[in-house]
Design a protein around this ligand. Sequence first.
Ligand SMILES: C[S@@+](CC[C@H](N)C(=O)[O-])C[C@H]1O[C@@H](n2cnc3c(N)ncnc32)[C@H](O)[C@@H]1O
Length: 208
Amino acid sequence: MISANKFWNKMAESYSKKPVPNEALYQQKLKTTQQYFDKDMSVLEFGCGTGSTALVHASYVKHYLAVDVSDKMIEIAENKLADTEIDNLEFKVTAIEDFNPSQSNFDAVLALSILHLLDDPKTIIQHVFNVLKPGCVFISSSPSITGFMRVLQPIWPLGVWLGVIPNVKFFSHDKWAGYMKEAGFIIEKHWIPDESKMTSFIIARKPS
Ligand SMILES: C[S@@+](CC[C@H](N)C(=O)[O-])C[C@H]1O[C@@H](n2cnc3c(N)ncnc32)[C@H](O)[C@@H]1O
């Protein structure tokens, strides 16, 4: 099995050219997220890919740090950033597992299409809880690979072994919300869009 870095480096170029599957839904997620932003906030996004979402959100907050395990993804993100006037957005290559800020200092953390790819999402959700300031939010969008998609579960490891698909967690909507609650979060919104029944969009708040 190849490492996450190698797999996503291989995918980076084509990923950057792929349109979002549902533009209207993507815009709705951006808008919903921005309702939780203000100009004094320091935001962390992990698994940021080629930075498209970070580039849209950065102007709504004070500082935006976007990290990804793939140096190729970050290279593309940096190139996009260089074509803008944005000066409060920073990209960094790091696996979220290795990301260790010295103190809990983020006002919001975003994880979009990434939690299901992690070896141990439960531990990372706890890590996010620890790096958020009290009263602040964790905004995530994760596929819940359930129902008929589960038929793929037995053959999925073959694709992973061949290096053509990433390793994923086959979790239900409730499992994601459950992990958030176990970490100490209060679920403020759990949105499963009608047009994308596999998506769990969750706003989870760390109590004050
Ligand atoms: C499906 S893409 C999602 C990218 C972006 N968030 C989006 O919504 O388009 C998953 C991203 O997570 C990154 N990634 C995978 N494992 C990671 C890890 N352990 N730590 C940080 N980033 C990771 C990959 O390099 C890839 O860019």
